[in-house]
Design a protein around this ligand. Structure first.
Ligand SMILES: Cc1cc2nc3c(=O)[nH]c(=O)nc-3n(C[C@H](O)[C@H](O)[C@H](O)COP(=O)(O)O)c2cc1C
Length: 162
């Protein structure tokens, strides 16, 4: 039994990598019986409306500017009504470059976590921090999404249900 039956995945993505990751996670979740997952760019004007009916939300952003969330995500954090964020149970994922920015690798995920804690939202699990093309880390993404909904506990990524 999954913990959540509806998952909203919102992302901030400059060149499409985090967006692709969101699609990969939605796809594995939608293949599970009884779960519906949907992705939405955090810059989409419908995000607030979606959040009103959400409980389970995965938030993803790439890191730019030495440790900051991608611009759309940064704007979302500044503008969104905190009352919409507080009731959420959020899993956090992000992409960065560990070689180019070792001191700020995936810093956006830490910023988002701190912001959620400050608002009083529930953060589920550890941040997923990835430094590759989304398609090259499909297993990590699928396992993260399945763990988040409580289907996979200690799953070997090669055994993810397809
Ligand atoms: C100008 C520039 C600045 C970046 N700054 C960081 C950084 O501070 N930390 C990090 O981990 N990655 C950094 N990156 C790497 C990106 O986060 C990485 O390429 C990511 O996969 C982009 O994902 P997106 O297409 O979803 O935006 C930077 C990349 C560029 C081109």
């Amino acid at each position: 039994m999954a913990i959540y039956d509806q998952v909203l995945i919102i992302y901030g993505s400059e060149t499409g990598n985090t967006e692709r990751a969101a699609e990969i996670m939605a796809s594995v979740l939608n293949r599970q019986e009884g779960i519906q997952a949907e992705t939405m760019n955090v810059g989409d004007l419908r995000v607030e409306e979606k959040l009103k009916n959400a409980k389970a939300v995965l938030m993803g952003a790439s890191t730019w500017d030495h440790g900051l969330p991608q611009d759309d995500f940064k704007a979302f954090m500044e503008d969104v009504d905190a009352a919409l964020i507080k009731p959420l149970e959020v899993g956090i994922f992000g992409f960065g470059d560990p070689e180019g920015f070792p001191e700020a690798f995936c810093g956006a995920t830490d910023v988002i976590r701190g912001w959620l804690h400050k608002i009083g939202a529930t953060v589920v699990g550890d941040n997923l921090r990835l430094g590759a093309d989304a398609d090259d880390v499909r297993n990590e993404l699928e396992t993260f999404a399945l763990r988040y909904v409580g289907i996979a506990t200690d799953l070997d990524p090669t055994h993810v249900i397809n």
